[in-house]
Structure formats: C-alpha cells, structure tokens
Design a protein around this ligand. Structure first.
Ligand code: SF4
Ligand code: SF4
Length: 422
C-alpha cells in the first residue's frame, strides 16, 4: 500500500500514567446550546427553573441536532447569548448548583432494533467526542452499504491522553460499544486502529478480541496526522476518501473510541452525555492530569484543580497543539467535544518571514497538497486556482505550518480559503 506523507512529533503524553480524577462539583455551569455540528438546540427550560442532573434542557426538531442535558442540579440562573469559537452566537443555559447532585430519573433505554438503537443514541446527546461533534445517530443512520467500522483510537496529537485513559480504564466499554454498533447497524467488521505508542492497550485489545474474528486490532505507526479521518480510513482499509467524499462513500464509518464507549455506558445506565474525560496540560499547569468534568464547567475550574494559577496563563488552547483553537478566556466552558486544554505560561508570537521555497510544507502534506501555492492563490483571491489546487482536501492538520521554517500560517490560510470558496 502507498505510504502517505506524515511528520513525526514528540508525543509528550505526560498524563498517560495518571488515572482520571473527578472534578469537585462546580458552583455553576454555562451550557451552550450548540456543542455539535448542525442546528443549535432551543432551551427547554426558563430562568428560575429547578433542574436535575441529566435532565434535558435543550432540544431541536432538526434532523442534524442532538439534545442537551443539565450537567449539575440546581437553578437556571440565566439564559443568555454565547459566542462560540467559530464566531457564531447561540443561547447558553447557566445553572447555579444546589450542591446536591440530584439526578433526574435515568433508566437504560429499551433497544430492540436499529430504529430504537438510533433513537437511544440521539436521546443520549452524544456527538463525535474526538472533537468533530457530528451527531452520532445521524452518522449511524446510513443508507449506503457499509462493510467496515473503523474505531479511531490513534490520538495522534501531542499531549492528549483522554482517549488513551478511556482504553486503559474501561476497555470493556469500548468493546461493548463496538458490539452494539455492529449488532444494530449490521456492519460486519470492525478495525480498532491504535498508534504503536500505546503498546499496552494494543496488547489488551488483542487479548480482549482474540475470540472475535469480526474485530481486528490494527497497530498504526505513530506519525502525524494518523488520526485524521481520511488518513485513518486509508491506513485501516486502503481506500481513498476523495475530495468532497465522506468515509461512507467508501463503505466505511469512523467513530472515535470514547464515543463508542459512551454509547455502551448510556445503554447500561441511561445517564446522558453530561461530563467527559479531559486532559489538562501545558507549561502553566502545576499537575497535568485527566479530569472528569461536567459539561459547562469553566476551564478556570479545571486549571485550579491542577494547582494552576490562572493569572500565569499566557496561552490557552482547546484541543491539541496542532489542530486546537486558542481561547480568549479561562471562563470558557467545557463542551461535549472538549478532549483537552493546554495552558502555557510563555508565549511569543512567531515572526513570519518570506517563503524560501524549501518545499517542506509540500513534503509534509498527507493530502498531497501544495500549501505554499494555496497560500498565494488565497492572497490573490483566485478561487479557480484554489479549487484547482484542491483546497477542499485540506484537513487543517497543521503539519505544513509546523514544518515551515518561515513560520507561515499555511493551515490557517487554507481554512480562510475554504470559506472564500464557499
Ligand atoms: S515550508 Fe514554508 S518556506 Fe518552505 S516552501 Fe512551504 S511555505 Fe515556503
Ligand atoms: S493543513 Fe492542509 S495543507 Fe497543511 S498539511 Fe494538513 S492537509 Fe496539508
């Protein structure tokens, strides 16, 4: 099989050895009504209402949407506008804790067939927990023939270990979720794709699946961006997901490892997606670790839990260093797709210099793009050239920016270029 281009990064998985800890109950949470790709929810509660942990507080009739639940019990103290990372504004429900952690009546869903399974997945509020946030029930409601489920357990970004800890702490949830998806959607084969920098979990899953021929455990080279969807599909199946295509066009569904594990837990206890495992790392963080935090908790609470003085934070990133987004404030809430926060105590904006045409960005791109030429086409606002150079294939992996000796913002420019074409 052709070997895709990639780069090698220092993994810095410093939190891999620490079990995730539960964050103390926050005094309030702010829960945005848009934490998934698709139509934002409308609040189903009003100011002054008392809510229980796990109670639905937002929903939408739109097909591409998932409900949202209260992550703590208490009083709805405000419903206000909230600006998302993408600049859009949605409603957000603020809940002041009553300190009781009173839980709504959560019962495991009754699942008998594909329709009831998909309904349960929707009601759980789950969307892609790897960061994409695509509604999982929509992804699983495929109309085409699918022959392979690929579980994305690569976790190729440096620092992040939340998926790894899922596999170490609860591998049975992962396997349970895989079996449920296979059973109710009829997908005959699964590939659990794990990078070789996690040899212990590869060994564990090989043992756990030794008598299940339909489930293959695949060791992937620890290169970047191994976990990018198109790259992963190619590594796991040899199939190329082309421009404008999704994995289902190649008979493949890709699911994040923590997403399938959550689906299994929901079918066992009926508790919707109200908290998640998050890596907290960076040079400002006193004690890097993984925490279970309720959705809506301010990042500052997570930082304080790690013994960090929030005033020392000079740069805060949601996600990994390669694909994450900078946050303006430590008041930003945890959302369903938060898998990591990186807080650094030092930051100097890199100085951008002229392109020296070294070609490193071209050699780094797994999609065989030419970032330097894309950058010029964007500067010229030449939409035809951007299309000809296939900017639509850019995965925003950041590899080109990372290797550029001139510190050119190549991946960032491609995102703007895609918007320009749209
Ligand atoms: S890596 Fe940077 S300097 Fe080298 S060709 Fe690409 S844009 Fe130019
Ligand atoms: S960000 Fe886009 S152009 Fe740059 S290496 Fe990744 S896929 Fe290629």
């Amino acid at each position: 099989m052709y070997k895709l281009k990639s780069i090698t990064l220092d993994h810095k998985k410093n939190t891999a050895g620490t079990e995730a800890q539960k964050l103390p109950l926050p005094s309030k949470v702010l829960i945005p009504m848009s934490m998934h790709i698709g139509v934002p929810c409308e609040p189903t509660v009003k100011k002054g209402d008392h809510v229980f942990t796990g109670q639905k507080i937002g929903d939408s009739d739109a097909p591409l949407s998932v409900p949202i639940h209260a992550s703590i019990s208490g009083t709805v103290s405000d419903i206000k506008d909230y600006r998302l990372l993408n600049g859009k504004v949605c409603k957000a429900v603020e809940i002041e804790s009553d300190g009781k952690e009173e839980t709504a009546e959560c019962t495991p869903p009754e699942i008998t067939d594909k329709a009831s399974f998909l309904k349960a997945v929707r009601e759980s509020g789950v969307c892609g927990l790897g960061g994409a946030g695509f509604p999982t029930h929509v992804k699983l409601d495929f109309k085409k023939e699918i022959d392979t489920l690929v579980i994305n357990a690569a976790e190729c970004e440096p620092y992040i270990t939340s998926d790894y800890r899922q596999m170490v702490e609860k591998p049975e949830d992962v396997l349970g979720g895989v079996k449920l998806v296979m059973k109710y959607t009829g997908i005959p084969k699964t590939v659990i794709a794990i990078e070789t920098n996690k040899p212990d979990v590869i060994e564990d899953f090989l043992k756990l699946t030794s008598d299940i021929p339909e489930i293959e455990v695949l060791s992937l080279p620890s290169t970047y961006p191994q976990g990018a969807e198109k790259v992963l599909v190619y590594s796991a199946t040899g199939r190329i997901v082309g421009e404008g295509e999704i994995p289902a066009d190649k008979k493949v569904i890709v699911m994040n490892v923590s997403t399938v594990a959550f689906i299994y837990r929901y079918t066992q206890n009926g508790i919707p997606l109200i908290s998640r495992r998050i890596t907290v790392e960076g040079t400002a963080v006193k004690k890097p670790l993984n925490v279970f935090a309720p959705v809506g908790t301010q990042v500052s609470e997570l930082l304080k839990f790690t013994g960090t003085d929030v005033n020392t934070v000079k740069k805060l990133v949601a996600g990994g260093p390669m694909m994450g987004s900078c946050l303006l404030s430590t008041d930003t809430p945890v959302v369903k797709t938060s898998n990591s926060f990186l807080a650094d105590s030092e930051y100097t904006e890199p100085v951008t210099t002229a392109c020296i045409r070294c070609g490193r960005c071209v050699r780094a791109c797994a999609m065989e793009l030419m970032p330097l030429r894309l950058e010029k086409a964007y500067r010229d606002k030449n939409k035809n050239e951007l299309k000809r150079l296939k900017v639509g294939l850019c995965m925003n992996c950041g590899a080109c920016t990372y290797v550029c000796p001139a510190n050119r913002k190549l991946a960032e420019t491609n995102q703007l270029a895609k918007l320009l074409i749209r």
